[in-house]
Write a protein that binds this ligand. Structure first.
Ligand code: CUA
Length: 186
């Protein structure tokens, strides 16, 4: 009789423990689902952080993307900023010069439709949308040449739209700077 009582008691304890864990697991699932829904709505309701806009109609007249300002510039902190423009059907500059082993920030935009580019054998992969400035930070560890094709269909000349990236030693990069900007356009 006492044995039976103990068994019944043990079963109740086990049931209670099971019920408790059902609630704990349930609460974790509700929390994670809630977080997913909240983050999805939060991100869908706003543009990516620090999105910068620019008027594509006046790019060539004034501001950061006028022709004289395109190319690679050495910043006061030693890093390099590359400014480039995508247009049907070319990139400006056609040859981007960057120093090896240096933080590089790429800033680009489009003067017409959406373009994109990736730099071969690197992690660089950027979309260029008219009206927005795209930002990408990277570093090139080795000297050498890369190709930079447009990877977003932008019209009949899309397949012919590509540029070069040349990575050189920092000293060679500094020698190539003229009027504050460097490029490897011949
Ligand atoms: Cu530009 Cu495809």
């Amino acid at each position: 009789m006492a044995e039976l009582h103990n068994d019944a008691h043990g079963a109740t304890v086990a049931e209670r423990a099971e019920a408790r864990w059902v609630w704990i697991v349930g609460a974790i699932i509700v929390f994670l689902t809630g977080m997913l829904v909240y983050m999805s709505l939060h991100w869908a309701a706003m543009p990516p952080t620090r999105m910068e806009t620019i008027d594509p109609g006046t790019l060539h007249l004034s501001g950061e993307f006028v022709e004289a300002n395109l190319g690679s510039a050495r910043e006061a902190d030693g890093s390099v900023t590359v400014r480039l423009l995508g247009s049907q059907y070319a990139f400006t500059p056609q040859c981007v010069l960057v120093p090896r082993d240096t933080p590089v920030q790429i800033r680009g935009t489009s003067s017409d439709v959406v373009h994109g580019f990736s730099i071969s054998n690197t992690n660089v992969n950027v979309m260029l949308a008219p009206g927005y400035i795209s930002n990408f930070r990277t570093r090139f560890e080795k000297t050498g040449e890369h190709v930079m094709p447009c990877h977003e269909f932008c019209g009949i000349g899309h397949a012919a739209m590509w540029a070069h990236v040349k990575v050189v030693e920092p000293a060679e990069f500094d020698l190539a700077i003229k009027n504050g900007r460097a490029s490897c356009v011949q």
